[in-house]
Design a protein around this ligand. Structure first.
Ligand code: HEM
Length: 508
């Protein structure tokens, strides 16, 4: 009882102080337009179960530059290419940090990671080390064979499932996680049905899923700081518990690597550990930062790629003419006697267009990752307050009818020569399609993510014809979205894979 009285008292006191502060520090320019906030909770109820869709609907009414209030936090939403460009290009430096949040505090080693680190020298060092040692063209090429092996393994498993129906998203997630784990830590972490695997793998899988759920949850304490200590939803307690499990798992992996260092592990963790001894550019990567980086990579680099590929295959099933055109390209470039390799990707322009179109309609992080205004600034004549959280609705921007002809239609041709967006790419240069974000904090794993989605989509389209469960008509395929931290399909894709290449291809 006492706790609740104290909690209520804290809210009332905080509300009065907040209102007084706003009154005194009112700027001369107006805030961007937006829906009227409720007392205390502000616009939290306006977010709805699918925030990217709810915010897109609000933008139709209030415009592509909106202001909302979530509890005591100002939130700015960008919902057009030109508004996004203002924040991520013109004012990029001012928006290069992420807002404080309990996920970063309790699960990402108190901001000692890359995803949530404040913009500054520590972030710069972690980003540089990742870009050079993990994601440069050379680093990626060194591990091509591992990714291809894991994709080959997935293909064999799919071919051997006979008349059984498969949950494609699940198998894709196992594949992307094992491929990343082999590159990062030198071994698989998930069972893929062939037996003989690490018994800790299933536990690890549950941990990653829980991390995504907790990171995606709206924690009231993040928006009403006076209530943080109460942990009303119990989220912080769950985060701390999960963090301890991850920490034990990651510490174990690092200790394993230290012991077997003489065996010269050829993986990224070994490279990171060697940098601990030989500092780079005067900066030293502490062991806790290495753990935080590993955690980031597993969380940010697996589900994003697998769910995008699942959407790509769903679109190809729904659009048989596009699938036939893609298979024609693959057959003529690769033939029917081997699987696609990463070296083939540069010669597959239609595949590239199919993948771009998938990223446009189904961006895996539809509200990107939030940024925060380090200083107040002016955008298109509006006042953007210091400390405001910026959400870029990349999902809404990529469906904006002012930018795209028939935006809801899946039409890869729009990215081919002669199409409306022939020279547009998804790498943060063209603001009408920015699935990886843009500016200084653009996705550091962009090249890897793009390669993996292209390789998987090409392989699955080339090696199989796909039929829906219970002979469902492809036109009736449910394309609804479910929102987690990443954009999942509401109904998982249940399919029958029908091999279409020479039989020996599947046994290798
Ligand atoms: C389909 C694939 C992927 C998509 C769509 C995607 C999307 C994104 C987005 C939207 C951001 C925020 C960018 C911003 O603030 O402007 C981001 C950041 C990040 N991504 Fe990715 N990502 C993908 C794959 C990967 C992979 C494979 C990795 C690593 C293995 C990765 C690691 C990261 C990290 C560490 C950050 C934080 C960068 C920073 O704050 O400096 N991502 N990603």
């Amino acid at each position: 009882m006492f706790t609740w009285v104290l909690g209520f008292g804290s809210i009332v006191a905080a509300t009065i102080i907040y209102k007084l502060f706003k009154l005194i520090s009112r700027p001369s320019l107006p805030l961007p337009p937006g829906p009227r906030p409720w007392p205390i909770i502000g616009n939290l109820p306006h977010m709805g179960p699918m925030p990217h869709q709810g915010l897109a609907a609000l933008a139709l009414k209030h415009g592509p530059l909106m202001h909302l209030r979530m509890g005591f936090v100002d939130v700015i939403v960008a919902a057009s290419a030109s508004v996004a460009e203002q924040f991520l290009k013109v004012h990029d430096v001012n928006f290069s940090s992420r807002p404080p949040n309990s996920g970063a505090k309790y699960m990402a080693y108190n901001y000692q990671d890359l995803v949530f680190a404040p913009y500054g020298p520590q972030w710069r060092l972690r980003r540089k080390i990742s870009s050079v040692h993990l994601f440069s063209g050379k680093a990626l090429d060194n591990f091509t064979h591992l990714r291809q092996e894991e994709v080959g393994r997935l293909t064999s498993n799919l071919a051997s499932c006979g008349s059984k129906v498969v949950n494609l998203g699940q198998l894709l997630n196992v594949c992307t996680t094992n491929a990343l784990a082999r590159v990062m830590i030198g071994r698989r972490v998930f069972n893929d049905g062939n037996g003989g695997f690490d018994p800790k793998a299933d536990e690890f899988k549950c941990m990653v899923v829980e991390l995504m759920v907790l990171a995606g949850a709206l924690n009231i304490g993040d928006f009403i700081p006076a209530l943080e200590w109460l942990d009303i939803q119990g989220l912080q307690a769950k985060m701390k518990k999960l963090h301890n499990k991850f920490d034990a798992f990651l510490t174990n992996i690092i200790e394993e690597h230290k012991v077997s260092r003489s065996e010269k592990h050829q993986d990224m963790l070994s490279t990171l550990l060697s940098l601990k001894d030989v500092p780079e550019d005067g900066g030293k990567l502490a062991e806790i930062e290495i753990k935080a980086l590993l955690l980031n990579m597993f969380a940010a680099g697996t589900d994003t790629s697998s769910s995008t590929t699942e959407w790509a295959i769903a679109e190809l099933i729904k659009n048989p003419n596009i699938r036939a055109k893609l298979q024609q390209e693959l057959d003529s470039v690769v033939g029917r006697d081997r699987l696609v390799t990463e070296a083939d990707l540069a010669h597959l322009p239609y595949l590239e267009a199919v993948v771009k179109e998938t990223f446009r309609l189904h961006p895996s992080t539809p509200l990107s990752l939030p940024r925060v205004a380090s200083e107040s600034c002016e955008v298109f004549g509006y006042h953007i307050p210091k400390g405001a959280t910026l959400l870029v609705n990349v999902w809404a921007i990529a469906r904006d009818p002012n930018e795209w002809h028939n935006p809801l239609e899946f039409k890869p041709e729009r990215f081919l020569p002669g199409g409306e967006k022939a020279n547009v790419d998804v790498k943060g240069n063209d603001f009408e399609v920015i699935p990886f974000g843009a500016g200084r904090r653009i996705c550091v794993g962009l090249s890897l993510g793009l390669r993996v989605v292209q390789l998987l989509t090409a392989t699955l389209a080339h090696a199989f014809d796909w039929e829906l469960e219970n002979g469902l008509n492809p036109e009736k395929l449910n394309m609804d979205e479910a929102f987690g931290l990443t954009l999942q399909r509401a109904v998982p894709l249940s399919v029958h894979p029908r091999p279409r290449l020479s039989p020996h291809v599947y046994s290798s």
